[in-house]
Design a protein around this ligand. Structure first.
Ligand SMILES: NC(=O)c1ccc[n+]([C@@H]2O[C@H](COP(=O)([O-])OP(=O)(O)OC[C@H]3O[C@@H](n4cnc5c(N)ncnc54)[C@H](O)[C@@H]3O)[C@@H](O)[C@H]2O)c1
Length: 321
């Protein structure tokens, strides 16, 4: 099975390594198209002319998202599995154009939102679906400080990246909310932004208060100025409090704890002991996501339509005062 990856930066490399190590794909069957990256152990594709893209069973687009559109224009007749790393395009207008270009192959097209596939996040999804419990509130915090060199990267150039913290990494949090709430409509109640350190034009720290049809308290706190990386999810339901911290790597191990309502009545000596606890030391999100996409487990995957909906919410948040 031949695979083509556009872009061999942070994520393209991660995808190639995951396919090679975990799926035992041969290096020669993983082709990389990245005109700016000269040396790697995979097969280099140096030109795109006369390529029959349908020879590839899977194509992954892992280029800076301002470059996605011009690549996607080449793939309008592509019929196999296509994975476009998040976000879908640079803005909502571009995302709609991409959606229209790919709509004939929309059943095979996915947008890469690996956060859905962390083991702890999958566990949360499982609990929410199994218990069918009423959610009172959701709070997700995510922040990192990057490194001083980021100032010169496309990721901190608003005309290339398309936004600030709300867009990246905030779109992951929007996707998680929609994932947990089975695509319920989300609207913004209030946003508070701060900027002044990176000075690239976008918001550098943001608090968003949102609501959905069934959950009236959704709070997101996103920061590009966190000197201790943070990723946490806190979901309060009428039966449980679910607390997840960490994302593995330099966010610390992922730990999920679930506390049951008034559990201390039956177990007074175990008042602060979680009803469920699990620690994950390894980031399996990229593996889990690729596996799910290759096996077309549509329940978990971020479809092209959902990739577009995430962009629509980002657009609504940016346009609101
Ligand atoms: N899921 C996640 O957690 C996550 C994390 C980081 C980035 N991303 C997304 O993945 C995508 C890539 O991000 P990255 O961090 O790997 O960026 P990067 O800058 O590290 O790498 C991008 C690579 O694409 C190459 N490239 C640029 N233009 C190209 C073109 N026209 N054709 C082929 N190759 C081209 C560059 O040479 C570079 O090697 C972005 O859309 C980003 O938003 C997702």
């Amino acid at each position: 099975m031949k695979i083509l990856i556009f872009g061999f930066g942070l994520i393209g490399k991660k995808r190639a390594e995951t396919l090679e190590k975990i799926f035992r794909k041969k290096k020669k069957d993983i082709l990389i198209y990245d005109p700016f990256f000269k040396k790697h152990k995979y097969t280099k594709l140096s030109s795109l002319s006369n390529i029959n893209f349908n020879e590839f069973k899977l194509i992954i687009i892992a280029v800076p998202h301002y470059q996605q559109f011009q690549i996607i224009k080449l793939l309008t007749n592509y019929k196999n599995i296509l994975l476009i790393e998040k976000p879908l395009g640079k803005n909502y207008v571009e995302a709609m154009k991409i959606f229209n270009l790919l709509k004939n192959n929309s059943n095979n097209t996915y947008v890469g939102f690996n956060h859905r596939f962390y083991d702890g996040v999958q566990k949360i999804k499982y609990i929410l679906e199994k218990e069918k419990d009423e959610i009172i509130s959701i709070r997700i915090n995510m922040g990192h400080g990057g490194s001083p060199q980021d100032k010169d990267s496309w990721k901190k150039n608003i005309s290339l990246n398309g936004g600030g913290a709300i867009f990246d990494p905030g779109i992951h949090l929007i996707d998680l909310i929609r994932f947990f709430l089975k695509n319920q409509k989300i609207s913004l109640i209030k946003k508070i932004n701060w900027k002044g350190l990176w000075k690239f034009g976008g918001e550098e720290e943001s608090v968003l208060l949102l609501k959905s049809k069934k959950v009236s308290i959704i709070q997101l706190h996103i920061s590009l100025c966190k000197w201790l990386n943070e990723f946490s999810i806190n979901i309060n339901t009428t039966k449980f409090n679910i607390i997840l911290t960490g994302r593995t790597g330099n966010y610390g191990p992922q730990i999920i704890k679930v506390y049951k309502r008034w559990s201390w009545i039956k177990n007074p000596d175990k008042k602060n002991v979680p009803y469920f606890y699990k620690k994950f030391d390894e980031d399996k999100s990229f593996f889990n996501e690729l596996k799910s996409i290759i096996n077309k487990k549509t329940h978990n995957n971020c479809s092209l339509r959902n990739g577009l909906e995430n962009m629509k919410i980002i657009d609504l948040i940016y346009k609101s005062k």
